[in-house]
Design a binder for this molecule. Structure first.
Ligand SMILES: [Zn+2]
Ligand SMILES: [Zn+2]
Length: 147
């Protein structure tokens, strides 16, 4: 049963281990300023699970909702009250079976990257899918920077 799939991940040094249980809520790519700055790469590939599906062991430091290994600096997760966002590259098995469904902040995508076929494209943040979802939680600084 796909509901019982459990994926494991860790930071670079292995001091922090985590797992996510069941299928993710959504999978995306993001080119926003926050994703670029926090990774040092030009975009991030992430998957989001319900908060209760995420477990971790080990010591993390945090910056807002972001957490990372205190020793190696490897990303662990973005966790708020409802959701846990995990960088796909921090999962143990590669390649994964996780395929992005949408792409955010394409206005900041490097010119040598191309739209991922079959994905929804958003120039900036993804509009809230329904009234219960909080919009634009990921890139407040980008809103300022783009102004
Ligand atoms: Zn580490
Ligand atoms: Zn982003």
């Amino acid at each position: 049963m796909s509901d019982t799939i459990r994926r494991t991940g860790s930071c670079l040094c292995g001091g922090v281990q985590f797992s996510v249980r069941g299928p993710p809520l959504r999978i995306g790519l993001c080119h926003c300023k926050d994703c670029r700055k926090t990774s040092g790469s030009t975009y991030s590939a992430f998957a989001i699970w319900p908060r209760e599906a995420f477990e971790k062991t080990g010591l993390v430091s945090s910056y807002g909702a972001r957490s990372f290994c205190s020793t190696c600096g490897g990303r662990v997760a973005w966790v708020d009250d409802n959701e846990a966002e995990v960088m796909i590259g921090s999962l143990d098995v590669a390649p994964t079976d996780l395929v992005p469904e949408y792409e955010l902040w394409t206005s900041r995508r490097e010119t040598w990257l191309h739209a991922l076929p079959g994905t929804e494209q958003f120039e900036r943040d993804r509009p809230a899918a329904n009234s219960t979802e909080v919009p634009a939680r990921r890139s407040l600084s980008d809103v300022d920077a783009a102004a």
